[in-house]
Design a protein around this ligand. Structure first.
Ligand code: ADP
Ligand code: MG
Length: 715
């Protein structure tokens, strides 16, 4: 079977999903879809008794433990709401250690004798579920004799309805734990880390003179990058289907991406898809805000407004799922892989992170008053200290096999974690720590009198796009997440390490105050000490350059290029100490994650290597042979040599890959991961090199795979 251009003509055609969504009058309340499918506060108020509603709110707002007697009433209200909206089933939704979303559906309806069925949903069913957990990875946490796992309702993340053309499903966000109470998911540690941070920050705020705040919550605002390609191409490529990325494909002509794609006008089909998926997200209560083209061809970005870390993390999972589902309505496939196309920019996810009090102040926002700025400097210093101490863990928190093509490769952000403070803020820290201003720093910075630290002259426009961890005016932006990732673990790490640093600095502050030090001075001394001890993590230059790599090494910063290099940080002594101290994850729970993530790496590497072998052997090699036959038939012998050489190269690299794929059975864990990286992935890269060269010479209609310029440029 040969390929002809007709396929591209077909791919380029689209219609707006049968029936277009139309344009509604959005000034009318009934047309505003936001939260329509969420069991939100309004819905709860309407359907619950006043006392039940108030108790539930107390749990949500103040973090008070849930009154179990409430569960039955809430369950009944939830079920009625769900049934009215076409739901036949409910599910406890959770995030297993693979980072994906898991669900098992149960019907509301049960036989009630005499052939009748009745709908029922008890408080017990709401609060606790027992999925058949044996198929989820646990990294040894669950002994085989106790294969059960439990899901537990998380009332702080609202339940919602997932619509399907044939009905809907009530989804209840839950935590997932083992029989013995160990966390088997992403949510439990995230919630624990939010608590840890809140306790530490409140303690610090009290010392800093804040008597009002009761609770500090962390916030996350993700910016999600993704690719869209026509689904026809997707289904023609076994590599995209089974690995999410192209394992073969010669680069399109350089410069083809045309500079105006970024922030350029959005192709009509893509915009139609975006509008449709955003509508779905609004119904689910996801506050989507921004959309635009990204740097690479066929690459786009969507960013919701920030929310508390737990809800934001749940919403992020839903957002990814919605993008994937809705794309199909437009004949598109959404690729969330970190590097679907070699030689083309990869996809990341920026994780904007901050801390806010229940009294409404953002602790990472420099304010107008000296007091605000003292708070800001204190918490900002804690973040710098935390990131420096746990730089390796932060790197590990964003490690997966797809990321290895971005971090540590010739693409940003780099695998070296550093902080960009911005010129203004760096000057302030330098001035405080040296006691000397620079000509551009107002003298009043150094005056420790009552009008110390006046307005910090922070310029919101100060940007460094190459930094993996940048201060951006009122938050830090952790830019190293991959596009397919769950937010849960990276934010668990940020919260936990920040809690540790805040706690440590608060301890020092307490001691100084008890020793009779005055208020601003005590904080300034702490800022100075900590900054001087940690400033090597701060870097304002271009993170992509070789000079930085050399300098970072001199500074002693970690450069963990690949997943097998990074993952051991998850079980490093400093990690275990911090995570156990704040009861976020114990050593066993950390080890289980380490094991599961290593295993995932090796499995995915092996799938890639075996898929590459099969495609090269059964699709690409035959194309090369046919092309050779064509040349022989035509009798133009001058053309034969080059092609024969490439075919020979393909055959011999295939032999190496085959040998690498038959890996020794006795390897496991880190050793296996290193083997797959150094042997399988290396051999695969060589096969690809030969195949991509062949692609450039083989007769076009003999080539069995859609090419980069087709997938990336036909919209
Ligand atoms: P910019 O990229 O210019 O900084 P914004 O200030 O609008 O643009 O913010 C970009 C992203 O940062 C958005 O996704 C937003 O949700 C998020 N963000 C803004 N404030 C916070 C905050 N306090 N905590 C977490 N994320 C935030
Ligand atoms: Mg950004």
């Amino acid at each position: 079977m040969t390929r002809i251009r007709q396929q591209n003509v077909t791919a380029a055609q689209w219609s707006s999903n049968g029936e277009s969504l139309g344009a509604l009058d959005l000034t009318l309340p009934e047309n505003e879809a936001f939260g329509e499918n969420v069991f939100d506060t309004d819905e709860q108020k309407e359907r619950l008794s006043e006392s039940a509603f108030n108790k539930l709110q107390a749990t949500l707002k103040g973090g008070e433990p849930l009154d179990p007697s409430l569960a039955d009433e809430v369950a009944k209200a939830m079920m009625e709401w769900a049934l009215e909206n076409g739901a036949t089933h409910y599910t406890h939704m959770f995030q297993p250690l693979t980072g994906s979303t898991a669900e098992k559906h149960d019907s509301f309806f049960e036989p009630a004798g005499e052939g009748k069925f009745l709908a029922g949903f008890s408080g017990k069913e709401l609060v606790q579920g027992e999925p058949d957990a044996s198929s989820f990875p646990t990294g040894g946490l669950r002994a085989t004799f106790e294969a059960r796992g439990y899901t537990a309702w998380d009332p702080t993340s609202p339940a919602f309805l997932l619509e399907n053309p044939n009905g809907s499903l009530l989804c209840i966000p839950t935590a997932f734990a083992s029989w013995s109470g160990e966390a088997l998911d992403g949510k439990i540690p995230l919630l624990r880390s939010m608590d840890a941070l809140s306790h530490a920050a409140i303690k610090a705020l009290r010392l800093l003179g804040d008597e009002e705040s009761q609770h500090v919550f962390t916030t996350v605002g993700p910016e999600q990058e993704y690719f869209l390609i026509d689904e026809q191409y997707f289904y023609e490529r076994p590599d995209l289907i089974s690995t999410g990325r192209t394992l073969f494909g010669a680069k399109p002509p350089k410069g083809h991406e045309l500079d105006d794609h970024y922030f350029g006008s959005i192709p009509e089909r893509v915009l139609a898809f975006m509008m449709d998926s955003e509508l779905e997200m609004r119904k689910l209560g996801i506050p989507v805000k921004t959309r635009h083209n990204e740097v690479a061809p066929a690459q786009y970005e969507i960013a919701p407004m920030f929310e508390n870390s737990n809800v934001g993390s749940d919403h992020q999972q839903l957002l990814m799922q919605t993008l994937e589902n809705v794309a199909r309505r437009y004949g598109l496939v959404c690729l969330l892989h970190e590097k679907p196309f070699a030689g083309v920019n990869g996809s990341g996810k920026h994780n904007n992170w901050s801390m806010g009090t229940d009294a409404g102040s953002n602790l990472l926002k420099p304010g107008d008053t000296p007091a605000d700025n003292i708070h800001f400097l204190f918490f900002c210093t804690a973040v710098i200290q935390a990131v420096n101490k746990h730089q390796g863990l932060l790197r590990a928190s964003v490690a997966n096999i797809g990321q290895d093509h971005r971090l540590g490769a010739n693409e940003a952000p780099p695998a070296i974690i550093s902080i960009f403070l911005g010129a203004e803020l760096e000057k302030v820290f330098e001035a405080i720590s040296t006691g000397e201003g620079d000509p551009n720093t107002p003298a009043s910075f150094l005056d420790l009198g009552s009008d110390v630290l006046p307005k910090l002259p922070l310029d919101g426009g100060d940007r460094n796009r190459t930094s993996p961890f940048a201060f951006t005016g009122n938050k830090f932006e952790f830019r190293a997440l991959g596009s397919s990732m769950s937010l849960a673990f990276p934010n668990t790490v940020l919260n936990t390490i920040a809690a540790e640093a805040i706690d440590e600095l608060a301890g020092k502050l307490e001691a100084k105050l008890e020793g009779g030090a005055g208020m601003p001075e005590a904080v300034m001394e702490i800022v100075k000490e900590s900054y001087l001890a940690n400033k090597e993590i701060c870097f304002g230059g271009d993170n992509y350059t070789d000079e930085w790599h050399a300098e970072a090494e001199q500074r002693g910063l970690k450069n963990l290029r690949t997943t097998p290099d990074a993952l051991p940080e998850v079980v490093a002594p400093d990690t275990i100490t911090a995570f156990e101290k704040y009861s976020v994850l114990n050593e066993r729970e950390l080890e289980s994650r380490y094991e599961v993530w290593l295993e995932q790496y090796s499995i995915r590497a092996n799938i890639e290597a075996e898929t590459a072998f099969a495609m090269a052997q059964t699709m690409i090699l035959p194309a090369g042979l046919r092309h050779l036959a064509l040349i022989s038939e035509a009798g133009v012998s001058s053309l034969e040599g080059e092609v024969r050489e490439l075919v020979d190269e393909l055959v011999s690299t295939l032999g190496e890959l085959k040998a690498a794929n038959a890996y020794p059975e006795d390897l496991e864990g880190l050793e296996l991961a290193i083997y797959t990286r150094d042997k399988q992935l290396e051999a695969m890269a060589k096969v690809r090199e030969a195949a991509d060269k062949l692609e450039k010479v083989v007769t076009d209609d003999l080539w069995p795979l859609p090419k980069y310029e087709e997938m990336l440029f036909i919209k």
